[in-house]
Structure formats: C-alpha cells, structure tokens
Design a protein. Structure first.
Length: 84
C-alpha cells in the first residue's frame, strides 16, 4: 500500500502517512500539504482505487498503519520503508 500511495499520489512522506478515508471525496483525494499549506485535489488512479478498496484490515484514520495499529510518524515511516 505504501508503494501504491507514493507512486500514484506523488506526495511527500509526511503527507502520504496522513492520507486516510477522510481525504477521499468523489474519486479524488482532497488534502492540505503539510510543507506548503496548499490544498490539493488529486484524482485517484484506478489502480490505487483498487488497492484501497482491497484493504480489509484497516478501519483507522490513515491508510498506512504500524504493526501496532497506530499511524506512522514521517520519520518512523521512513525508517520502516528503508527496511522494506
């Protein structure tokens, strides 16, 4: 899921780790970038939408969660991603 989100949204890791169902509206992500404060409306690619719909074990506020069921910090996500 991490690769799909990074690939199809082209967002910084700080913004990617915060993405969740609350950001989806009419087949688009509506997000405010952390660094710039700019609000973006990004279409969700069909491949990413299929990946998001296939998620069955995540009912949290973020699509990317730690093994303990908590949202990643940007630094924690970077460390986890590097290990993968």
């Amino acid at each position: 899921m991490a690769m799909e989100l990074l690939l199809w949204t082209d967002q910084r890791k700080i913004d990617t780790v915060h993405l969740g169902p609350q950001h989806v509206c009419d087949g688009k992500f509506v997000i405010r970038q952390t660094k710039t404060g700019k609000t973006l409306i990004l279409p969700i690619a069909p491949q990413l939408l299929a990946a998001l719909q296939s998620m069955t074990d995540n009912d949290g506020s973020c699509f990317l969660m730690t093994e303990w069921g908590k949202p990643f910090s940007a630094k924690g996500f970077g460390n986890w991603f590097r290990k993968q």
